[in-house]
Ligand binder design. Structure first.
Ligand code: SF4
Ligand code: MSK
Length: 629
């Protein structure tokens, strides 16, 4: 018998989502929540991480009952080995996603240097020189392209096998590097660590769960301090370093009288070009000739974050809003690159007039229109995409359009450089506020949505609970749209904060939640923590800081969580990964890592309870630094 549908009010905290879930049901369109119900209850073995299909003697399952049958796989692997192997591959998947994105930026830089990337350029030469000098490249008096070529070579080398330490570990406090060296988890090369994880988890290799987990940490560190950091830094160099600007968020950013083109995925390499094409007078004239008032570009997920941070382009929604955006009937085209793009979007788009366009040869979707993007053809292909959106607009049935709300105002663009500039070029004002107890600590809330959790309830709930305790929140990824919709990305949002944070926000004119970028941009968070630790002469694990991912879903989120923990930043998560079938692995994640790297994971779904636990640690860290609690 079909399960009864839950009321939309139980699925999302947002009015725009609730209205579009209702419309989807009226229109007969299936959503992520419908499929989640169909998949529930999930397989217990898989939830516990106790299944293995790493070889053809299996698949194998381990009984969660101690002393029961099936305590070992056919090869003899026990629950701990299987859970650790599965987790290691999960982390490798996430690190591969971020890092391959980073590599794509190196390839664009290479094409710029070779003069084969019309439309792309070095937008922030000062940052190119600054970052290059940090990595030991001679920049004095040299031509910009010569410096760029050397930077490109160093970045490529960070993906390889011949280094002992990836380049950006130059930013890491010495005490932290000593821990990594002692544990044998210093990241050497992105591809090397990912490949070694795949090797170790082949049948008959690394059959010691803690040893596998240490390599998972090393793999994640290669992501954070190399793959992702390269992605962020090169994106800034090529497209510009973000600076604070105003924008808007929610489905109200769609415009009934415009061609609406949404960009979705992660890499600005595609979305920046689409935006540039949509701003060309010739394209706007074509849109007007088709009867539209203009072309409206909106963002989804992390490529939306990239355009929001640098160009102020509005955010239509986060992960669980992507299907619902199409359900408005107002989206003429959705152009995607890779990661976090639900395969269902092809079917959702087919229920309306929406053109669904893929652009990455490594991320094709059956049923989509593929427009292959490369650095040498991106300008031309971006125009093709915009023209497809205009054509689709002509087919739009205005009778099916429902834009469910008015947009809310947000501010964005808090790169480290922008923060420093707002603070007069030094971290001192923030450090003084921390010492005075006006800012008691920091938490980066990062990541996703997950239909296991009422959409954005935990993302917003945790942010509100923390700022009330005078803990400044940094937001990246899909948390951004959640915080924005809740009014937390506006200076006025400080009225929801504690008195100390309110005072600081008022003095600096900043919101209590600062938007720092997309999911690769969590590299900005670890870089900032390292800079603060270096300024204070302590290790990162000595700081009153947390990471959090209350509604995480992806492999990438776990890679981020683990590189934060391995860097000394404890991380709250709302739901555990599939590791609870092994007490060895679970205990290591929740407490054992604390002894090894000075930080561990906290699993707590209730935002208020999580904030209280996080606050206790912040008090302890402040006390140890000689500060008032
Ligand atoms: Fe089973 Fe071992 Fe093969 Fe995994 S590696 S499927 S546990 S035999
Ligand atoms: S898109 S990884 S749902 S943040 Fe980066 Fe959002 Fe999480 Fe994907």
């Amino acid at each position: 018998m079909a399960k009864e549908l839950k009321p939309p009010q139980e699925l999302s905290i947002w009015e725009d989502a609730q209205k579009m879930i209702e419309k989807a049901r009226r229109d007969g369109v299936e959503t992520v929540w419908d499929r989640y119900e169909q998949q529930s209850p999930h397989c217990t073995f898989c939830e516990l991480g106790l299944t293995c299909k790493n070889c053809n003697m299996g698949p194998c399952r381990i009984s969660p009952k101690e002393g029961g049958k099936m305590q070992r796989g056919v090869c003899g692997a026990d629950a701990h080995v299987i859970v650790a192997r599965n987790f290691g591959r999960f982390v490798a998947g996430g690190a591969a996603g971020h890092s391959d994105h980073g590599r794509d930026l190196i390839e664009v830089l290479e094409a710029i240097v070779e003069g084969k990337a019309p439309g792309y350029q070095i937008s922030d030469e000062a940052k190119l020189r600054r970052v290059s000098a940090e990595l030991g490249i001679n920049v004095d008096g040299r031509d910009v392209m010569d410096v760029a070529r050397d930077l490109m070579d160093i970045c490529y080398a960070d993906f390889g096998s011949r280094k002992k330490e990836v380049g950006f570990t130059c930013r890491v406090p010495e005490k932290r590097k000593e821990i990594w060296r002692k544990l044998g988890i210093m990241p050497r090369g992105v591809d090397r660590e990912i490949a070694e994880m795949m090797h170790r988890t082949h049948m008959g290799c690394d059959n010691d769960a803690p040893n596998t987990l240490l390599h998972a940490a090393r793999t994640s560190l290669a992501d954070g301090w190399a793959g992702s950091m390269i992605g962020t830094e090169l994106s800034d160099i090529i497209f510009g370093t973000p600076a604070p600007s105003a924008s808007r968020a929610n489905l109200g950013v769609l415009k009934a009288d415009h061609v609406n083109l949404l960009v979705h995925g992660h890499n600005p390499v595609v979305s920046e070009m689409v935006l540039a094409a949509a701003r060309e007078p010739e394209m706007i004239a074509k849109a007007k000739a088709a009867g539209a008032a203009g072309i409206n570009i909106g963002g989804l997920c992390c490529t939306g974050n990239e355009l929001l941070m640098r160009q102020g382009i509005p955010m239509a929604g986060n992960h669980l809003m992507t299907e619902l955006a199409i359900v408005t009937g107002a989206v003429d085209a959705m152009v995607v690159d890779y990661q976090c793009i639900m395969p269902s979007l092809v079917q959702t788009a087919a229920c309306y007039h929406t053109k669904f366009i893929t652009t990455a040869d490594k991320a094709k979707f059956t049923g989509a229109t593929h427009v292959s993007f490369h650095p040498d053809n991106a300008v031309k292909q971006a125009r093709v995409v915009v023209e497809m959106a205009i054509e689709a607009y002509e087919r739009r049935d205005q009778g099916r359009v429902e834009i469910p709300c008015e947009p809310v105002d947000i501010t964005t663009g808090f790169s480290i450089e922008a923060l420093l500039s707002a603070l007069g070029g030094t971290l001192d004002p923030v450090l003084d506020a921390v010492k005075a107890g006006k800012i008691r600590g920091f938490t980066a809330i990062v990541g996703c949505n997950n239909p296991r959790i009422k959409h954005d309830s935990a993302n917003v709930g945790l942010a509100k609970a923390l700022i009330k305790k005078d803990i400044l929140v940094l937001a990246t990824g899909c948390v951004t749209t959640a915080a924005g919709k809740a009014g937390l990305l506006m200076p006025e949002g400080a009225s929801m904060a504690g008195p100390g944070l309110q005072e600081v926000c008022g003095a600096l004119g900043i919101p209590p939640v600062l938007h720092m970028g997309s999911c690769v941009d969590n590299s900005r968070v670890i870089q900032l923590c390292a800079a603060i630790a270096n300024a204070l002469g302590v290790d990162i694990s000595d700081l009153p800081v947390w990471g959090a991912s209350p509604e995480w879903y992806s492999e990438k989120a776990v890679a981020i969580g683990l590189y934060c923990v391995a860097s000394g930043i404890p991380v709250q998560i709302g739901t555990p990964p599939h590791i609870t079938g092994s007490d060895v692995v679970t205990n290591l994640a929740l407490s054992g890592l604390e002894d090894l790297v000075g930080a561990a994971f906290l699993v707590e779904a209730d935002p208020e309870k999580a904030a209280d636990i996080m606050d206790e640690r912040i008090k302890a860290k402040r006390k140890a630094l000689g500060l008032s609690e």
